[in-house]
Design a protein around this ligand. Structure first.
Ligand SMILES: Nc1ncnc2c1ncn2[C@@H]1O[C@H](COP(=O)(O)OP(=O)(O)OP(=O)(O)O)[C@@H](O)[C@H]1O
Length: 320
């Protein structure tokens, strides 16, 4: 993963420029007029509900799919028609990464590395980084789902690309595997790589990303730093008061309380004025056992992606 160093002209020119991109599948608009700049060295997370258009947009950025209108440039070069000159500079892991299933893990990654003229030492380093160093001799079709996912990630990283696209890289990983991958990704960011990734794990996006973009129905509804999004959202904090200390009506009447609900063994008080509510609660119930939950990226995300009536049935009957 250490071969070619990233260029040092950080900030000079964005790594990726998406300009008014639209993509339809038949009558279904998957990406709707998206414009976006991703800076060099940035860790950018693309978020959104199932079917929001994330994979389609990422595939257009990667040059794997053609936009109906608009344009994408990577390092100042157009990605379509297929730009093979960009391939050594990009690492791509898709949701349906292809494998040489009859090869062993090491053979597979050596084959991928050879396509880029990358040395064998990089293969060993990359397998170690993704936690597959004890699987060198295991055939690819004998790997578990999570192990295959690690191999797909290794295949995207082995040639030391400057720009790395990862589509739900932690989807099949267990908790430990996710945390291990976070460290790998943080290491890549520290080394100056640009990372564009999609995820449904909001905690992960909040922990890792410099900026996130939220897609809803193909439209980019917001791009911002996770902490700014949370700070500017006006999302409420929650105070969890053990049941039996105060009744719902009394809680709803406290100054600063905007909503009350019973959840588990707690009365949950929603507020934007935590200090005021705590001050009012103290003489009534004491503060022992009262827990405070500050808003998270997940709260903001749920607000931004909320639909008046969420359809329970997905629309996967679309045409190809
Ligand atoms: N090849 C295709 N043919 C027809 N429709 C498609 C195709 N690929 C995607 N779609 C549709 O386009 C929309 C966007 O899909 P896309 O896979 O880009 O969303 P996503 O945000 O990546 O979803 P997920 O989180 O479920 O992976 C969806 O309605 C999907 O059904």
């Amino acid at each position: 993963m250490s071969s070619p160093s990233p260029t040092t002209d950080h900030g000079a020119q964005p790594a990726v420029v998406v300009d008014d991109v639209t993509k339809n599948y038949g009558s279904r608009r998957a990406v709707d007029g998206v414009s976006l700049d991703i800076r060099r060295g940035e860790f950018f997370g693309l978020l959104g509900p199932n079917g929001a258009g994330k994979s389609t947009l990422v595939e257009i950025m990667e040059g794997l799919r053609r936009a109906d209108s608009g344009s994408v440039t990577v390092f100042g070069e157009s990605t379509w028609p297929r730009n093979t000159g960009l391939l050594p500079r990009m690492g791509v892991q898709t949701q349906s990464s292809a494998f040489f299933v009859r090869q062993t893990v090491h053979e597979h990654l050596r084959t991928v590395a050879a396509l880029f003229g990358t040395d064998r030492a990089a293969v060993d380093r990359t397998l170690e980084a993704v936690g597959l160093d004890d699987k060198h001799d295991v055939r690819v079709d004998d790997l578990s789902g999570g192990q295959r996912q690690r191999l797909a990630i290794a295949s995207a990283l082995v040639h030391g690309p400057e720009l790395i696209f990862l589509d739900e890289p932690t989807a099949a990983l267990d908790t430990e595997g996710r945390r291990d991958l976070w460290e790998v990704l943080r290491g890549l960011k520290a080394a100056g790589r640009t990372i564009v990734y999609t995820t449904h794990h909001l905690d992960e996006a909040e922990a890792l990303c410099d900026r996130v973009g939220i897609l809803v129905d193909g439209r980019l509804v917001v791009t911002d730093e996770p902490q700014s999004l949370i700070g500017n959202s006006g999302a409420t904090s929650r105070l969890l008061v053990p049941l039996g200390r105060i009744d719902e009506e009394q809680a709803a009447g406290l100054p600063g309380v905007e909503g009350v609900a019973v959840q588990g063994g707690h009365l949950v008080l929603q507020t934007r004025a935590t200090g005021r509510v705590l001050a009012a609660l103290d003489p009534l119930t004491g503060l022992d056992g009262v827990q405070t939950r500050t808003p998270s990226l997940e709260d903001v995300y749920l607000e931004l992606t909320a639909r008046p009536q969420s359809p329970l049935v997905s629309n996967n009957q679309e045409q190809s």
